[in-house]
Design a protein around this ligand. Sequence first.
Ligand code: JB2
Length: 218
Amino acid sequence: MDIDRLVVIGGGGHAKVVVDAWLAAGRAPGTVEVRDDDASRVGRLLEGLPVQVPAVPPPAARPAPGPGPDTGFHVAVGSNAVRRDLWARAVAAGLQPAVVVHPRAAVARSAVLEPGCFVAAQAVVGPGARVGRGAIINHGAVVDHDCVVGEFAHVAPMASLSGGAQLGAGSLLGSGARILPGIMVGADATIGAGAVVMHPVGDGRTAVGVPARIIEAQ
Ligand code: JB2
């Protein structure tokens, strides 16, 4: 979806990154608004923009349908579970999800970016790769050729998936962690910062270290 106005849902650190990516593409500050459910954030400036409540804009706060700018929403919250919930609320309210890609990310022509995902500055998404809806590819992360990042997953800064690797829906690949070629990590899994995943990791598991080993829940 090509849009020329953006509603950013979330008013914390990740929202700053998303707003910056939007503005870095040369768009005017008046084309983006920031919304949060946390009333204590109202009026605070986020990258120069005042935070408004509630997170999902009520109909009266939306542009009238018809000719004029097309508006999309982007949920900019780091928690995969919260991001998924806010996404569902926004879609139920009739809003359209928008992909946001920093102009200095490198996304291959044959990569697929599903609705509402985010690709940060210096990130790479290789040929044939797929990034699921609502997923985050954070600063400097690498999603190599033919990899799959599931919906509402998060590839943290400087983390990487080598060719053909997979990260399941709702999973976190921690900062600087690596998944070696063709290895699969399941859904709702957590890979600790700096880990090197050499063997498959099942749904809901946590793996840490080099080589990565499964640890039980504390
Ligand atoms: O249950 C919730 C909820 N929990 C947190 N419901 C709703 N509606 N909103 C929730 N939030 C919102 O997430 C807060 O109101 C706030 O907008 C945001 C949390 O902001 P914070 O700055 O704590 O985190 P973040 O999610 O923006 O960023 C985290 O994830 C990024 C990927 C941080 O860890 C960053 O350092 C990281 N880069």
